[in-house]
Design a binder for this molecule. Sequence first.
Ligand code: NAD
Length: 298
Amino acid sequence: MNVNDMKQIGVIGAGQMGGGIAQVAATSGYDVLLVDANRERAETGKGKIERILQKQVGKGKLEAQVAAEILARIMPVAGVDALGHAELVIEAATEEQALKIDLFRRADAAMKPGAILASNTSSISITRLAGQTSRPTQVIGMHFMNPVPLMKLVEIVRGVQTSDETTQLISALALQLGKTVITSKDQPGFVVNRMLVPFLNEACFVLQEGLGSPEDIDLGAKLGLNHPMGPLELADLIGLDTLLSIAEVLHREFGDDKYRPATLLRNLVAAGWYGRKVGRGFYTYDDKGQKTGRAFER
Ligand code: NAD
């Protein structure tokens, strides 16, 4: 297959990453099937994309006609069974290994021979997911960054069995989507999250141990390290549930206590305070995602 043969892309998971991937793919002219656990959630995901595009139209950054064309290319569907015609499926569902294994088995059974099955996972082994399918040479990691339309990087992860052809095709596609590519071996967290997640987790320890306030920690990283966002703000953006899942994978797979997740992070996730996507994490957010204050006092 050549990158120009790709017409239809399936995206599994219509959350913040799946929605972003669908938006970017449709903007580049691909037909997108947007799948979630049920049709209603898939429709909700498309609704969020519509609001993002309308905002751009309102600011004069996008023509109304172009926004309408992008939206018309995104079709919400109820389940993976609808992915039979897609040349590529990108899985971006919740970061849980058992869920992804189930989705990989079902998507593989529905997809046509030769089609590629990619995962946007932040940490789960691509080789393990590939092992659930009849097409391990055509399984690959395609790790977009958040927010997808704004962030330039795609980290491509080769599983043990991923073919050169699949790697070249997915790299070419990422370039067509306007992204820059790095490649990583299949190890927990790959390149980006192997560096980032211990840093964010350490920020949780710094807060938990009372070294500073959330604002001290975030300002420290912004003004002291020249980071565009502080680690607690970034953790809230990523989603604390997702961050904890990645930290648990690093801890479990490497068997090294330096990766143990902070108790504070576990507690916030246990409370359902997942960050910006639910309006509360380390900070609180209004319905436009603007920060409104601290979520808790120590
Ligand atoms: P999210 O919580 O915003 O979205 C997850 C979506 O998966 C939800 O819409 C949920 O309904 C859906 N889902 C759950 N079960 C499903 C099923 N059986 N079938 C179809 N869809 C199902 O999470 P997210 O932040 O979009 O993360 C999704 C993936 O992207 C994860 O693997 C995560 O590690 C990865 N990722 C996240 C970030 C980030 O910053 N959040 C960055 C890069 C990669």
